[in-house]
Design a protein around this ligand. Structure first.
Ligand code: 5GP
Length: 190
């Protein structure tokens, strides 16, 4: 018998490896990645429609005000939100829908859909997180320090809000991926 679909929330600070974990869960379990709407500027690494739908602020606000977003949050001064339609369709089709969203968004989802399964990915240490943020060579030092400060406060918030079902420490990426796939499989088969 096919297992019912459900929402999988994956959160964690920038640079912690959550995108790799997300892609592996997609591949291993046939899960579907929810493409968010964002007002943040597109970067050369982003693909429109695969990573995000890039929109301007008035478009974002209009869609949010029409009730088209399941949750939304402001991160680093930009708005991010989850389109409602694909989530409903994917779950109805019996598949796992992955939301790679921040803690504020995860709290909104859990309040409305307590059966959603929420994972938080932690770095092995603060120093290691800072090292990884720098090694991505994606931003200048000011932005890196801002992301680092936000990461530390997000980790505290994640512990304190008590909505996360499990925490994974990404010390070794292969092991963290295997652990995540295992946990999600257990949740699916329970
Ligand atoms: P980035 O700009 O680095 O891709 O993402 C910045 C942050 O926004 C990450 O923590 C990411 O998980 C979060 N994020 C991405 N999409 C959404 C969304 O639809 N809703 C919420 N609440 N957060 C999101």
């Amino acid at each position: 018998m096919q297992s019912p679909g459900f929402l999988l929330i994956i959160s964690g600070p920038s640079g912690v490896g959550k995108t790799t974990i997300t892609h592996e869960v997609e591949r291993a379990l046939g899960a579907v990645f929810s493409v968010s709407l964002t007002t943040r500027p597109i970067t050369p690494k982003d693909v429109e429609g695969r990573d995000y739908y890039f929109v301007d602020k008035p478009t974002f606000e209009a869609r949010r005000d029409r009730g088209e977003l399941l949750e939304w949050a402001e991160v680093f001064g930009n708005c991010y939100g989850t389109p409602r339609g694909p989530v409903q369709d994917t779950i109805a089709a019996g598949r796992i829908m992955i939301l790679e969203i921040d803690v504020v968004g995860a709290i909104q989802i859990k309040a409305r859909m307590p059966e959603a399964y929420a994972l938080f990915v932690l770095p092995p240490s603060e120093n290691e997180l800072l090292r990884r943020l720098r090694s991505r060579k994606r931003e200048d030092e000011t932005v890196i320090q801002r992301r680092f400060a936000k990461a530390k406060s997000e980790i505290i918030q994640a512990w304190e809000c008590s909505i996360y079902d499990d925490f994974i420490v990404n010390r070794d990426l292969d092991k963290a991926v295997a652990e995540a796939v295992d946990l999600v499989r257990q949740r699916r088969d329970r």
